[in-house]
Design a binder for this molecule. Structure first.
Ligand SMILES: Nc1ncnc2c1ncn2[C@@H]1O[C@H](COP(=O)(O)OP(=O)(O)OP(=O)(O)O)[C@@H](O)[C@H]1O
Ligand code: NI
Length: 353
C-alpha cells in the first residue's frame, strides 16, 4: 500500500470535520457517544486499566503508573515518548514477558480475558498466535543458528501442529507476500547474511504468519535507513488493510507513527499524559509535553524541551513534567494531576480545558 502522506491524512480528517451533513448524521452522533463510553463499546480487543509495574532491586522502582488505554479491533494505537519512559515495559507486560523481579498491578483484558495472572500454559497459546510481538532489535530477535525458513515455520508447528511440508509452503507464501521475489532462496538464508531491513521484514513475516488479532511492534523503525523505513511503513499499512490486525506501535518517532496510527498515546516518565488522533494531536496538542515534543521536530524548528526526563526512582512531586514545563503553576508542583477525558480528548494536565 502506498503510505498515507501526512497532508492527505490531515486533509481527510479536516474535510470530515467541516462537512455539516456528516456532523448532523444521527448514526455518527450515536457512534460518537458510544466511543465516549467504553462500557458500551463492543469491539474492544485489548483493555489496559490502571496498570502499575515496579521492579524490585536494591530499591523498588515504579516504572509504570496509572496506564490505561483501549485498542479496538483493527485499530492502530501508537505509544510514543522519550527513551526510558516505559514503552517496552508496557509491551512486555501485555505479553507476560517481564522478569521475575517485576511486580504488576491492574488489569489487562484481551477479548474479555484477564492476561495478568494467567497461567503460563494458557498464555503460551495466546502469545504468538493471537498477540504477537516484533521485538526492538531484529538482529537479536532472530536466532542466528537457524535458517529463516525454519524460524518462520516454528510458530506453525507449535501452534497449529502442521506437517513440516505444509508449514514450509506457508512460509514461502508469506515471504512472497512480503515482496521477496527470491522467496525460495530466502528460506535458506541465515540472519547474519541479511541486512537490518531484510531481517526486520523476516521478523514481521514471522510475527504475522498466524494472523494475530494484535501485533505489537516495538520500535520497528529503529536503526533502519530512510528507504527501509518507507518499506516498513508500507508493510505495516498492508497488514492493517489486508489482515485487519490491530497494532500497538511503539516508537519515539512521532512523524513515523503519525502516518500509521489511528490514535497516539504520549508517555512521559512512566505515565500516559495525552491520547488523541494524529490530526488533533499535531494541530492542537493539549499537554505541554506533547507541545514540546512537536516543537522539537525538524520542521517545527528543532527546539528541544529544556531539561531532562526525571529518573523513575526519584520522581518530582506534583506533575512529573512540572520542572520542565513553561506553563507550570503552584498547584502543578504540589498535586499530581489525574488523567481526564473531555469529549474525544484525554489529557493529564490541570491547565488544559
Ligand atoms: N528488569 C528491569 N529492572 C529494573 N528496571 C528496568 C527493567 N527493565 C526496564 N527497566 C527500567 O524501566 C524503565 C523503562 O524502560 P523501557 O525499556 O520500557 O523504556 P522505553 O520507553 O522502551 O525506552 P527506549 O525508547 O529506550 O526503548 C527504564 O528506566 C528501565 O531502566
Ligand atoms: Ni523500548
Amino acid at each position: 500500500m502506498k503510505p498515507h502522506s501526512r497532508s492527505t491524512l490531515l486533509e481527510r480528517n479536516k474535510s470530515l470535520e467541516r462537512n455539516p451533513l456528516l456532523e448532523r448524521n444521527p448514526l455518527l452522533e450515536r457512534n460518537k457517544s458510544l466511543e465516549r463510553n467504553p462500557l458500551l463499546e463492543r469491539n474492544v480487543l485489548l483493555e489496559v486499566r490502571d496498570l502499575e509495574v515496579s521492579f524490585q532491586g536494591l530499591e523498588t522502582v515504579n516504572v509504570l503508573s496509572g496506564i490505561s488505554f483501549l485498542i479496538k479491533d483493527s485499530e492502530t494505537l501508537a505509544l510514543v515518548g522519550e527513551t526510558g519512559c516505559g514503552k517496552s515495559v508496557v509491551a512486555h507486560t501485555i505479553m507476560n514477558l517481564l522478569p521475575p523481579e517485576s511486580r504488576v498491578k491492574g488489569n489487562i483484558e484481551f477479548r474479555g480475558k484477564n492476561l495478568l495472572g494467567m497461567h503460563e500454559r494458557e498464555m503460551a497459546k495466546i502469545r504468538g498466535k493471537e498477540i504477537a510481538i516484533i521485538f526492538q532489535n531484529p538482529s537479536i530477535a532472530l536466532n542466528p543458528v537457524y535458517s529463516i525458513g525454519h524460524q518462520l515455520a516454528e510458530p506453525i508447528y507449535v501452534h497449529q501442529r502442521e506437517k513440516k511440508k505444509t508449514a514450509l509452503s506457508r512460509v514461502a507464501l508469506a515471504l512472497k507476500r512480503m515482496g521477496f521475489a527470491n522467496f525460495s532462496e530466502c528460506m535458506n538464508y541465515y540472519p547474519s547474511w541479511c541486512s537490518g531491513g531484510m531481517n526486520q521484514r523476516f521478523l514481521i513475516a514471522a510475527s504475522t504468519i498466524l494472523n494475530p488479532a494484535l501485533l505489537i511492534a516495538d520500535e520497528p523503525s529503529k536503526g533502519l535507513d530512510k528507504k527501509c523505513i518507507v518499506e516498513l511503513e508500507a508493510e505495516l499499512g498492508n497488514l492493517k488493510m489486508e489482515r485487519n490486525s490491530a497494532l500497538l506501535l511503539i516508537s519515539h518517532d512521532l512523524e513515523f507513527v503519525q502516518r500509521l496510527a489511528d490514535r497516539i498515546a504520549v508517555m512521559y516518565a512512566g505515565e500516559i499524559v495525552e491520547i488523541a488522533d494524529p490530526s488533533s494531536l499535531f494541530e492542537n496538542p493539549l499537554h505541554p509535553y506533547t507541545r514540546g515534543l512537536l516543537n522539537s521536530l525538524p520542521e517545527k524548528g528543532f527546539i528541544p524541551i529544556p531539561g531532562f526526563s526525571p529518573s523513575l526512582s526519584s520522581l518530582p512531586s506534583g506533575c512529573r513534567f512540572h520542572p520542565r514545563c513553561p506553563l507550570r503553576e503552584k498547584r502543578c508542583t504540589q498535586i499530581h494531576p489525574e488523567i481526564k477525558e473531555t469529549g474525544q480528548r484525554t489529557v493529564r494536565c490541570f491547565l488544559s480545558p
